[in-house]
Design a protein around this ligand. Structure first.
Ligand code: MRU
Length: 357
């Protein structure tokens, strides 16, 4: 399925032991790739949002570890392992909320640990295994997203009506290794003839909706309108939204979900107007170790992102601003979580746990 999927948008390209990332800060005006030659480059790209979106951050982290292994010089195996551990710590500190970052690093740690008892303890063979694992994580991500899109079709099988869908932030091909989660669901529904149009929240302050989701939908020729974040309630109150679909950065064991700032507001308004609110995410975004949303660390980003719009200051320095990057939507506001393993309904604690058995 994933192999014949022609993605027009390539978030990342791993070629000749180099990682190329499309610079998401420049889209949609410039399609420019930046090279990551070292693990420090990969960590910086995650931090400064050259690459963003939970699964894409995870894949970039995995390639960051691969770059750390490839760049190591010397023949001391112990020093090699210390170098990898240091690299993983630095990459892990790039952003705190999306659990996929830590999930991907854990996958790399497992590869490193599984080599512990190898008699040869060869740096080159462990490096090859690390690179293979990163490539595998990237491939799996695309397959998972396609599956997730496929699974969403069962929800709307009976519905004859074309859906008017509202989405927040960008959970598309750009936020993943390809196809997307929430936008993957929209792509699959569109292919099945079930989409009327998409309302795209612009998603202040970083404008992932206006710049990235709109660009992806335009490329795919899926009908859409960009709206300012504060217009969502208007359209919902007018009966012009049938469903909401968003992605997730971390889903706690009880279904509470961290996603882009503003998602909580959308979920509350959707609840007020009885509009189904779906979260689309791979199982790797579910963090059983996090009991509830209150335990999810919320990233506060540079105030400049709020002060400026596309590089132009709109709020002078003498005025105070705040910039939390995510909020928590309580599980009770969520109709269902669409995963590659199926659609999960309430009670979330029980049904999420079943996914891992
Ligand atoms: O700050 P960002 O752009 O990394 O935030 C992204 C989101 O909140 C997405 O909705 C989420 O990561 C899901 S991406 C498939």
């Amino acid at each position: 399925m994933a192999t014949d999927m022609k993605d027009k948008v390539k978030t990342m390209i791993w070629q000749g032991n180099k990682l190329k990332l499309i610079d998401q800060r420049k889209l949609p005006f410039k399609q420019q790739y930046v090279n990551c030659l070292t693990f420090e480059d990969a960590a910086a790209a995650i931090k400064n949002m050259t690459v963003r979106g939970a699964p894409a951050i995870g894949v970039t982290a995995a390639y960051g570890v691969a770059l750390a292994a490839l760049k190591f010089r010397g023949d001391d195996y112990k020093a090699f392992i210390s170098h990898l551990i240091n690299a993983m710590d630095i990459i892990a500190s790039a952003r705190p909320t999306a659990v996929n970052l830590f999930w991907a690093i854990d996958r790399m740690k497992k590869i490193i640990n599984s080599n512990k008892n190898e008699s040869s303890r060869s740096i080159s063979s462990l490096t090859a295994k690390i690179v293979d694992e990163a490539v595998k994580i990237e491939k799996e991500d695309v397959e998972i997203n396609c599956k997730l899109g496929e699974n969403s079709l069962s929800i709307f099988e009976a519905s004859k009506k074309k859906l008017r869908i509202l989405t927040h932030c960008n959970a598309g091909a750009l936020a993943t290794a390809g196809y997307g989660t929430a936008l993957g669901v929209i792509r699959s529904l569109y292919k099945a003839g079930k989409v009327d149009y998409v309302l795209v929240d612009e998603t202040r302050p970083f404008l992932q909706g206006a710049r990235l989701t709109a660009w992806e939908l335009h490329e795919e020729k899926i009908p859409f309108y960009v709206i300012c974040d504060n217009m969502a309630g208007y359209f919902m109150s007018k009966g012009e939204v049938d469903i909401v679909v968003v992605g997730a950065d971390r889903i706690a064991a009880n279904g509470d979900t961290a996603n882009k700032i503003g998602t909580l507001t959308v979920s509350i308004i959707a609840g007020r107007y009885n509009i189904p609110f779906y979260v689309a995410a791979p199982v790797s975004t579910i963090d059983l170790k996090t009991k509830s949303g209150s335990n999810i660390p919320i990233e506060n980003r540079d105030e400049k992102e709020v002060r400026e719009v596309m590089g132009r200051t709109i709020i002078p320095d003498y005025m105070k601003v705040k910039n939390p990057s995510f909020d928590i939507t309580p599980g009770e506001n969520i109709t269902a979580v669409i995963t590659e393993k199926g659609v999960i309904y309430k009670p979330f604690i029980e049904n999420i746990r079943k996914l891992f058995n």
